[in-house]
Design a protein. Structure first.
Lengths: 198, 198
C-alpha cells in the first residue's frame, strides 16, 4: 500500500530532522505526526514507540551520512588519506553551516546528540549509537590505511588508534561547534589530524 | 534564614546531580523538589524557572570541577605541563568510573551534555556553557605554557590552539565514553596530546 509506506517514510524523515535539530526529548510523537501529516493512530501502526521511531531515524541519518559525507571523503579511494580526512571536516562544516542557515542553530552531530541525551536513559539507543561510532571508525581507518600506503604517514602508525582519534576529535569539535555556534570549527579536523599523524 | 538558604542549596545540589546523570529535559521541577525535600512553592520563591535553577547548577558544577579536577591537574604549578594534561584525563576517568558505580551509566561531561541538549533550544544556557568552555581552555593553556617553559614542547607551539585541542579532545572522549560506557577512554587524553604536541 503506497499510501501507508509513504506515511511511514514521512514519519521517519520528519523525526530524523526534528530530533536532530531539537533533541529527542524536546520533540513529542504528536508533534512529529502533525509535522509529517500523519494521524497518531497510524503512528502506532508503524511504530511501537517513540524510541522505535528514533531507532529508524538514526538508521536513516547514518545512511545519509555515509553516502553524502563518508563515501565522498574518508572512503574515497581517489583521495589521499590526509586530504580525505580534511575533506571530511570541510564537508561536515559545510553541512552544519547549511543547517544553521535553515534552523538558526548549530545542531552538532546527530549520533553524538543521541549518545549524550540518551546513553544513560535508554540502553537500546546507546548500543545503536555505539555501533554507528564503530562504523565511523572503520570508515576513518580506510583513510588512515591509504595514508600509510601513499607514504604520507609512518607505516608504524596504529591504524585503529588513529581512526578512533579522527572520530573522537570530530565529536569534540561538534560539541564545541554547537556550544559556540561556530560550524567552522569542524575545519580544524584535517589540520589537527595532520599534526597528530605526521 | 538558615532554613531557606539550606532549601535553596539542596535544590541546586539535587538539580546538579539529576541533570548531570539524566539530562535537563528528563528531569522535572516536581521531581527535583521531591528529591531535595523542598515544596514546589518554595522552589518558585528561589528560582524563576527550571532554566534559572539549571544555570545555578551549572555554576555549582563548574566550581566543583575547577577545584577538584582543574586546580589539581592542569593548573597545578608543581606538575609538568604534559603530566598535568595526563593527570587531567586520569582524574576525569576516575570521576566517570565513580559515577558509573553509583548510577549504572557513564554520564559524560556536564558542560558537554548541556551544550548538546540545550544549545539549539536555549540561548542563555548555550552562552553560559560556551563561557565555561572558554575557562576550561584558559585552564589548559596554563599547562601548555608550563610545558613550553620546561622545554617539553616547542616554544613555537600555538598556546591557544593547543589548549583548545585539549578541551576538544576531552569533549570528544566524553561523548565516546558515554556512548560506549567506557570511562577509561578519558585516559587517552594525556598520551594523545603528548603525540600531538611532541
Amino acid at each position: 500500500m503506497a499510501g501507508e509506506s509513504n506515511a511511514k517514510e514521512r514519519l521517519v524523515r520528519t523525526a530524523s530532522t526534528l530530533m536532530y535539530v531539537r533533541g529527542y526529548n524536546s520533540v513529542g510523537v504528536a508533534e512529529i505526526c502533525s509535522a509529517a501529516g500523519v494521524n497518531k493512530g497510524s503512528f502506532y501502526h508503524f511504530f511501537d514507540s517513540k524510541e522505535a521511531l528514533a531507532a529508524e531515524a538514526l538508521e536513516r541519518s547514518w545512511a545519509w551520512m555515509r553516502s553524502t559525507i563518508h563515501e565522498r571523503s574518508l572512503e574515497d579511494p581517489a583521495k589521499g588519506g590526509l586530504d580525505a580526512i580534511e575533506e571530511y571536516g570541510v564537508r561536515l562544516a559545510d553541512e552544519l553551516a547549511q543547517r544553521e542557515a535553515e534552523s538558526g542553530g548549530v545542531p552538532g552531530c546527530v549520533f553524538g546528540n543521541f549518545a549524550v541525551e540518551l546513553s544513560t536513559q535508554n540502553e537500546n539507543v546507546r548500543a545503536l549509537v555505539s555501533a554507528r561510532f564503530d562504523e565511523m571508525v572503520d570508515s576513518a581507518s580506510l583513510a588512515i590505511v591509504r595514508s600509510i600506503e601513499l607514504g604520507e604517514i609512518s607505516p608504524a602508525t596504529d591504524v585503529d588508534q588513529a581512526a578512533h582519534d579522527v572520530i573522537t576529535l570530530m565529536e569534540g569539535l561538534m560539541v564545541l561547534a554547537k556550544a559556540r555556534r561556530d560550524p567552522d570549527l569542524l575545519r580544524e579536523l584535517g589540520p589537527t589530524m595532520r599534526r597528530l599523524l605526521t
